[in-house]
Design a protein around this ligand. Structure first.
Ligand SMILES: Cc1cc2nc3c(=O)[nH]c(=O)nc-3n(C[C@H](O)[C@H](O)[C@H](O)COP(=O)(O)OP(=O)(O)OC[C@H]3O[C@@H](n4cnc5c(N)ncnc54)[C@H](O)[C@@H]3O)c2cc1C
Ligand code: SF4
Ligand code: SF4
Ligand code: SF4
Length: 744
């Protein structure tokens, strides 16, 4: 019990003139909501008004979630009565699930009732009209202000804001009381409750009202009711106004993968059931795991929740592991009337479309102008990043599914019109076509070459370079050209890029590896002329931000000459759909002849220009869906699980398993793959399984009442005994569980 004496003449706040003393307040809450502190705060408030106060809590043997009462007495004279409060003038109910006849014991008509509820005032019409009552949604306010946890919200300070309003006090009256109890940070929530609380307009005469027992929720047994002569069977389920639920929520890695991979699914399968099970899941969306597991910029890893603890899960390399170690070839589905589909372009987008269509049982033929499938994977990305064996492994799986291939088959306007005529549908995935030109003097000199042509040459036959090589650009092509040039014998390689290094669109790891190998990067530089054995380079200044958010490059007159035996241009490419027959247009990824929609769909770089393999794969799958008339299922499971929903303390700190690097003594002539991948698949053990239940039993262990039971495929919670305390939700390590409101 806590009995305080008034501070004499220094009372800082005036006592409300209409308040009659002595005053008795009873607070009803649940263990964990802060009801006892609420009573103490009320006492602290009245101390500031020069009153004597007394306050104490009434706890039972139950823990979190059980009904708890707390009392405050206020008087002008010292308080001698040490009993519980049996006839409260003010009644604060912190949880609408506690509304029951016993709560109103001793409460006279006209007393103040303050109720925390998310329900509107109208919901209570006719129930409490004998009292002066107010309603405020303190739980939502406190939750939004982060007071307590998402499952167990502490509302004592919030409801005090509403109580101050009921007393007619200014909000400033709370400030000192809050500061004294160390909860000054909760004033924002108290202010919101002060502003949002609603009071009933007028009292209904008591005689006109039915008895309270008929108006409130069914009886709730409490271990605090000491009027039983033997231990009662307490169905604690009737205490609850919230109930826990298990739901699968989106993992951020899944949400971030442009290919649409079920990352959490394949990693958990790899961990529990091995490579074949993981491959079944991965191959549903990803026909090129050995490729993407090497060259993907891995946006999934940038969004991995584990990054906030000890480093993102090495998802890309786990994908590579599965691709390199699986022998799984999915079977073709049987379909009553298979569609005949032509795919123009055998890069990642066309391959992805073909893969999805063939798996679904349709008859697919890929046409490609190149001598072999792969697109940029074959003729662009160098072998030291993507060995031909890795690409071949993925391609074999696709052709094993029965996809037919016609190489050295350039499709022009006439051929495309004929394919559309002869097939149920055509998917066009011809990639970027035309390299961007600079339009400056000397661009056509013999020592100036398009980077893509150079990379293609290097992949076909050995190329010998010497002296300094200058590469213009900042994307993957520029980095690949620079690193390839070193391997072709260049004595030095310099990349000139017109913006800051941080703005380079190339994959960060590749930039890092290039610099490690000796490539020099000159940011804020652009060529203004090419001459016989040199490039005239101008300094560039960062101007105002452009549409991409990056600062626009402003070329200055300050120039210098850079020696260059050879210049490689890697300024990007743009889409060139010169194969479209006259009169055709592309709208929303589909071809139209005038206003007539055709069954011709576009995918990959030529459609979206996103410029990554994973985007091309996702785009190819969507084109296949359009051909098959598949409507993607709406995403129903809300926002991805955020780091704040993961209980980091349940996981041991472990550093990510890094990829092994091949020992390279000399670069010249050496196109061995630099990144040797993971030693084993144990990195899968680091995945939290965000938003996806692993049946770890933490909920069972943390339930104080032992009312969670394991069942086949999940858990069952006994509603008769779940008191809605939220401990299981608070302890769930991976953000699977949440509390759902129950209505009274
Ligand atoms: C050098 C370089 C390095 C890259 N590095 C990476 C990387 O590390 N990571 C990453 O994610 N992305 C990288 N990219 C980008 C990525 O390769 C592309 O975004 C991706 O290949 C696009 O796939 P696509 O299927 O749309 O087109 P493409 O891969 O370009 O394939 C198009 C195919 O269509 C064929 N074709 C074209 N015209 C016709 C026609 N008229 N008739 C028949 N066939 C035709 C072509 O021969 C080709 O096979 C890189 C790109 C380059 C150029
Ligand atoms: S394709 Fe790329 S983004 Fe998608 S899971 Fe694999 S590495 Fe991550
Ligand atoms: S921890 Fe696992 S499930 Fe969570 S974001 Fe990372 S990879 Fe995905
Ligand atoms: S299941 Fe147990 S821990 Fe979870 S809310 Fe119910 S009583 Fe509390």
């Amino acid at each position: 019990m806590d009995t305080k004496h008034p501070p004499g003449s220094n009372s800082a706040i005036a006592l409300p003139s209409d308040l009659t003393l002595p005053l008795e307040v009873r607070v009803h809450g649940r263990g964990g909501q802060g009801g006892v502190t609420c009573a103490k705060l009320i006492a602290a408030l009245f101390t500031r008004m020069g009153c004597f106060v007394q306050t104490f809590g009434d706890y039972g043997s139950e823990r979190s979630g059980a009904p708890v009462q707390a009392y405050t007495r206020v008087d002008r004279d010292p308080i001698r009565n040490a009993n519980k409060v049996y006839r409260p003038d003010h009644l604060l109910v912190l949880d609408e699930g506690l509304l029951r006849p016993a709560i109103f014991d001793g409460v006279a008509p006209g007393a103040l009732l303050l109720l925390n509820s998310h329900l509107p005032m109208e919901h209570f019409a006719g129930r409490f009209d004998r009292y002066r009552y107010g309603v405020v949604d303190a739980t939502t306010i406190a939750r939004e202000q982060g007071i307590g946890s998402a499952a167990v919200v502490i509302i004592n300070t919030t409801i005090l804001g509403a109580y101050a309003k009921a007393l007619g006090l200014p909000l400033s009256a709370l400030e000192k009381a809050f500061a004294k109890l160390g909860v000054a940070g909760d004033l924002v929530a108290a202010r919101q409750a002060f502003e949002q609380v609603r009071f009933a307009d007028a009292l209904t005469p008591a005689a006109a009202m039915p008895p309270v027992a008929a108006l409130v929720a069914p009886p709730v047994a409490s271990t605090l009711e000491h009027n039983k002569d033997f231990p009662a069977t307490v169905l604690t389920g009737t205490w609850s106004n919230q109930t826990p639920s298990y739901d699968t929520h989106a993992a951020p890695c899944n949400a971030a993968c442009p290919a649409g991979n079920d990352v959490v699914g394949f990693i958990q399968a790899l961990k529990k059931d091995g490579v074949a099970a993981a491959a079944e899941i991965l191959l549903a969306t990803q026909p090129l795991p050995s490729v993407c597991g090497r060259v993907c910029p891995a946006p999934c890893m940038r969004h991995c929740n584990r990054a906030a603890l000890d480093g993102a899960v090495n998802i890309r390399s786990l994908e590579r592991w599965i691709g390199d170690h699986t022998a799984v070839v999915p079977v073709r589905a049987q379909v009553a009337r298979p569609l005949a589909v032509a795919v123009v372009g055998g890069g990642p987008a066309g391959l992805s479309a073909a893969w999805q269509l063939a798996r679904a049982g349709h008859v697919v033929t890929i046409y490609d102008s190149a001598p072999a499938l792969g697109g940029v994977l074959r003729n662009g990305i160098p072998a030291f990043r993507l060995p031909q064996e890795a690409l071949a492994r993925d391609l074999e799986r696709i052709t094993a599914l029965g996809v037919k291939v016609r190489c050295n088959a350039r499709i022009g306007k006439a051929e495309l019109a004929a394919l559309a005529q002869d097939h149920d549908a055509v998917v066009v995935a011809v990639g970027f076509g035309v390299p961007v030109a600079l339009g400056i003097n000397g661009e056509h000199l013999a020592n100036v070459e398009q980077g893509l042509d150079f990379l293609d040459r290097v992949k076909r036959a050995p190329v010998a370079l010497k002296g300094n090589v200058v590469v213009i650009g900042g994307g993957n092509t520029a980095i690949d050209c620079a690193r390839s040039a070193l391997r072709c014998g260049a004595s030095s390689v310099t990349i000139a890029y017109r913006r800051a290094k941080k703005d380079m669109p190339a994959i960060c790891e590749e930039i890092h590896d290039a610099e490690k190998e000796g490539v020099k990067i000159m940011p804020f530089r652009t060529p203004v002329a090419f001459e016989a054995e040199q490039v005239v380079i101008a300094e560039v200044e960062a101007g105002a931000p452009d549409a991409s958010g990056r600062r626009r490059p402003v070329v200055t007159g300050r120039t210098s000459a850079l020696a260059a035996e050879c210049v490689l241009l890697a300024l990007g490419q743009k889409s060139d759909l010169d194969l479209l027959p006259d009169g055709w247009q592309v709208r929303g990824g589909r071809a139209f002849d005038g206003n007539r929609p055709l069954t011709v769909y576009f995918a990959g770089d030529c459609a979206s220009g996103e410029g990554t393999v994973t985007h091309a794969i996702g785009s190819g799958r969507k084109a296949a869906d359009a051909v098959m008339g598949v409507v993607p299922a709406p995403k129903t499971n809300g926002l991805p699980v955020a780091p704040g929903q993961i209980r980091f303390d349940h996981f041991e700190i472990t550093r990510p398993h890094a990829d092994r690097q091949s020992a390279v003594k000399a670069l010249t002539g050496n196109f061995t793959e630099v990144n040797a991948g993971l030693k084993d698949a144990s990195e899968a053990n680091r995945c939290f399984s965000c938003g996806h239940c692993t049946q770890c039993d933490t909920c069972i262990i943390s339930c104080p009442d032992g009312v969670i039971y394991r069942e086949v495929g999940g858990y069952r919670i006994d509603p008769q005994y779940c008191k809605g305390c939220g401990m299981c939700v608070a302890e769930c390590p991976r953000g699977v569980m949440s509390m759902q409101e129950k209505t009274v």
